[in-house]
Write a protein of this length. Structure first.
Length: 325
């Protein structure tokens, strides 16, 4: 028989995460998730499934108050959707996954999930597409990668890049003050639609950059042309996997994004990284650059409706029953 427990104690959630959550990419690291949870001041909810006293499933959630539903932990939001990718529901079997989802005490909307064989296909709706580049596919050769472009396209692309390289171009690496300049460039380009426009998200990224730097995972890549900042990207490398987290470009240098993106790919090939992840986002360049596509999925329960106070009270009652029952 499968039983479930609802837990909103963060320390107990941390212990469950470290014991049962697969550590496969940067987004699986507990400190990263907690940075966003703290910045957004979310209330966590961990649901664990047990059989004969053994944990067989884990669902990590956070209450997103302004939207009125549970999202995947830590509940960071940007334009009414979460941002962290490669989320999952940990379950040893389909019945365990069913019990976990049935135990959610209110409406939920889970984004950017890895496809799970534990959940029915019809329940997993296509979400956005993740884009990455895998150097081994090209024998870790940047020249081989460039061969994927048609002759005319490749010639045009390299011509655009060479134009910048002939303009007193220099790279600057891991200059931490450039992170602040990146935020400003991104805000200037996207205004209120920039995720840094939300002060909670901005604060989370500032803390994330500091933590990544402390852990020696952070990479800051800055392109300067005649001494002027043209583009900045913030990325990280963990267990030989790179991930480009955010960036900003100077509108005075149109097309500079192509150069910095090609730089990430060339560096990944030279360093023989397993992958460099460019995350989701429907930007045309990702398709044109022949990146690997990974479909991510979403789950939601439109049938449940409840007020925020009712949902949180229900959660409290279930936890009291768990503790005292």
């Amino acid at each position: 028989m499968i039983s479930v427990e609802l837990i909103n104690d963060l320390e107990e959630g941390r212990a469950l995460w470290h014991r049962h959550w697969p550590q496969q990419c940067l987004f699986d690291l507990w400190p990263l998730r907690v940075i966003f949870m703290t910045a957004f001041d979310r209330q966590p909810l961990f649901i664990k499934a047990l059989r004969n006293g053994q944990v067989e499933g884990l669902l990590a959630l956070a209450w997103i108050e302004e939207e009125g539903y549970f999202g995947h932990f830590p509940g960071e939001t940007w334009n009414a959707k979460t941002w962290i990718e490669q989320n999952r529901i940990v379950a040893s079997s389909p019945p365990v996954a069913t019990e976990l989802l049935a135990a959610v005490p209110g409406p939920f909307h889970l984004r950017y999930l890895k496809r799970s064989s534990m959940i029915s296909s019809e329940s997993q709706e296509p979400d956005e597409i993740n884009y990455s580049m895998r150097p081994a596919q090209y024998d870790c050769s940047f020249a081989n990668y460039l061969e994927q472009f048609g002759g005319k396209t490749r010639k045009k692309l390299l011509s655009e890049v060479d134009k910048f390289k002939k303009s007193e171009l220099t790279f600057r690496f891991d200059h931490l003050p450039d992170i602040e300049a990146m935020f400003k460039l991104n805000l200037k380009a996207f205004g209120t639609t920039s995720y840094f426009y939300d002060q909670r998200f901005l604060k989370a990224f500032e803390r994330l950059a500091a933590w990544l730097s402390e852990e020696k995972l952070l990479r800051v890549t800055t392109i300067l042309i005649k001494g002027k900042i043209a583009a900045i990207d913030m990325s990280a490398v963990w267990r030989n996997c790179g991930m480009v987290l955010a960036g900003g470009t100077n509108p005075d240098f149109p097309g500079i994004a192509k150069l910095i993106n090609l730089h990430h790919i060339e560096r990944a090939c030279n360093e023989k990284l397993e992958t460099v992840d460019f995350l989701c986002g429907d930007f045309n360049w990702k398709e044109r650059f022949h990146l690997h596509r990974q479909q991510l999925y979403k789950l939601y329960d439109p049938q449940i409706s409840a007020s925020p106070s009712g949902i949180l009270e229900k959660t409290k009652i279930r936890n009291d029953e768990k503790k005292h029952g």
